[in-house]
Design a protein around this ligand. Structure first.
Ligand SMILES: [Zn+2]
Length: 555
């Protein structure tokens, strides 16, 4: 990672004074060119900050136990509100610029719409709350990164249980789920306390900023500028109407085909997959096959993967102390992304790498955008790039799974159908949480059970005590660390499945549309990007029903 090692923390005093210099320059600017020069300087400062911030978060998640990394993460959390204050002031300045119309022509209107949302999410009065929120997110991350369970006689991290949760043997899956939920149950009090405090802090911030509840602030923090909570509620209703009955029936049907009298939670990951489907090699082998697969899909994707491998821009093996999960991050000053994951030998490794490389490819294609706002799109748009690559790589799955590729694809599609209801449940739950910020831990679990009743009516947790008591939501990292970031996956999935359907009839043209969408990065809001890619908005009546109909042909 040679090129990343020289990214360092911008000096605190010097950084603030450079913002002051840009401001003073704008004060004097009386031409569009003058304003544009000021913008470019500011954008450079934002790239410097973002590169260091993202590297700091990456290092910390690579080893949450290393003091040096944790201290840098604390330093970042401490400094972030001050930098947000500097950026907020600068955004206000550009929004009020006498040259705004001409700047919008040059930079695009979307950046201005984003800043319009951004400026309502910060005030120096919430500085301490933001620092507290970050500290609580760290507590959650470390609690789970360091949790171990004894399974089949060995002490393991939660992240390494993956292959057992998807094992072909029912008793292995059951045992692995018991071990996993035992670990959550043992930490329930801490998990409840962390979340209760997060809700209190978030609700407090919202009120200090003049909002009635955290929900409206949460939408603004997610930079949702072209749809609102009513659109999302209507979409959730559509999932309940169209997908839930179909998914319920599918679970029942595949469960009875497998010979189960009752289909338990631990059976869901193996429905329709009669045997153990795992990649036929280790981490390095998977990355080599991935490089071949991407080159076969599109030469540009192949070139991009060579950049990732040559720059050592992937960290995919599973280690104790490493944070759970997978993500892609970017270093705008180096114009390269980075993929973080926790491979565990399960079939999910392949899907994860395709997903994260979809994000990475978009960020690489968008690296030269005029505004750093456009390098990283809003999340519901960004998840189209990642989820679509999961589907566009389908014909390449033989490279990883040989004769089991068909079973892999079937499982992937089933997972999509079960994910849509789960995804909207996670979203709806958070609307309830922030509408009732004073709820107790038991009341929150009851709210989650209400969601399961509405969206996941087939669920049977058997003897798993913690999920049976309504605690399943506590494993969902987003609920803790990225509030309201979840409906995004379900909206994007509806778009990705449209690419999947289109690729079946014209693969080359569909891949070209995908690459073009990645190149647009975040230069437009969600609906605009979707339209430009020739896709139907998931908010449009019938769009969801059409993809479910197409998917149902797979079963
Ligand atoms: Zn993603």
């Amino acid at each position: 990672m040679g090129s990343l090692s020289d990214i360092s923390a911008p000096d605190e005093m010097r950084f603030a004074s450079r913002y002051a210099e840009v401001s003073a320059g704008l004060e004097r600017a009386d031409t569009v060119a003058g304003w544009r020069a000021g913008f470019d300087e500011w954008d450079g400062l934002r790239r410097d900050w973002k590169s260091w911030a993202n590297l700091t978060r990456l290092r910390y998640s690579q080893d949450t136990r290393r003091d040096e990394y944790r201290e840098a993460q604390c330093e970042l959390d401490r400094r972030t509100p001050a930098v947000t204050a500097l950026d907020t002031a600068m955004k206000r300045r550009f929004l009020a610029s006498p040259k705004r119309a001409a700047l919008q022509d040059e930079l695009g209107r979307h950046a201005f719409a984003l800043w319009d949302a951004d400026i309502t999410t910060f005030d120096p009065a919430i500085t301490d709350d933001l620092v507290r929120e970050s500290a609580l997110a760290r507590e959650y991350t470390e609690l789970l990164a360091c949790a171990t369970v004894t399974f089949e006689g060995e002490e393991r991290s939660l992240g390494s249980l993956g292959p057992y949760l998807q094992d072909a043997r029912r008793e292995t899956r059951h045992g692995a789920e018991r071990a996993r939920w035992g670990a959550f149950g043992a930490r329930a009090e801490q998990l409840d306390a962390i979340f209760g405090e997060l809700v209190r802090v978030r609700d407090g911030m919202a009120r200090k900023l003049g909002y009635d509840s955290y929900t409206a602030l949460g939408y603004r923090r997610m930079r949702r500028v072209d749809y609102d909570a009513n659109d999302v509620a209507a979409y959730r209703d559509e999932v309940a109407r169209v997908v839930v009955p179909y998914a319920t029936d599918l679970v029942r049907r595949l469960g009875s085909e497998a010979g189960y009298e009752r289909t338990y939670f631990w059976d869901e990951s193996a429905l329709g997959v009669a045997k153990r489907v795992v990649p036929r090699g280790d981490c390095a082998w998977i990355l080599e096959r991935t490089a071949e697969a991407l080159a076969a899909i599109d030469p540009e994707l192949g070139d991009f993967m060579r950049v990732m491998l040559a720059g050592e821009l992937l960290d995919v093996d599973n280690r104790p102390g490493k944070a759970l999960g997978a993500y892609c991050t970017t270093f705008p000053t180096r114009r390269v992304p980075f993929v973080f994951a926790n491979f565990n030998g399960s079939r999910s490794d392949v899907r994860t790498i395709m997903h994260e490389l979809g994000h990475a490819f978009q960020s690489w294609k968008s690296r030269d955008k005029a505004a750093v706002d456009y390098v990283t799109p809003t999340y519901e748009s960004a998840e189209i790039h990642s989820m679509s690559l999961e589907y566009l790589s389908w014909p390449q799955m033989e490279r990883f799974f040989a004769d089991d590729a068909g079973a892999y694809r079937r499982e992937h599609l089933l997972d999509a159908m079960l994910f849509l209801p789960y995804g909207v449940a996670v979203d709806h739950f958070q609307h309830l949480i922030y509408a009732h910020p004073g709820a107790t831990a038991a009341e929150r679990n009851a709210m989650w059970q209400e969601m399961e009743h509405r969206y996941l009516p087939w669920r049977d947790y058997g003897d798993l005590a913690h999920p049976s008591a309504g605690g399943l939501w506590q494993e969902k990292r987003h609920i803790y660390v990225a509030p309201f970031y979840y409906i995004d996956y379900t909206l994007a999935l509806c778009c990705a499945l449209q690419f999947w359907v289109a690729a079946e009839s014209d693969r080359a043209q569909t891949v070209a549309r995908y690459v073009a969408l990645c190149a647009r990065g975040g230069e437009a809001p969600f609906r605009g990007l979707v339209r430009s890619a020739g896709l139907r908005s998931p908010f449009e009546p019938g769009a969801l029903a059409d993809v479910v109909t197409a998917a149902s042909a797979g079963f």
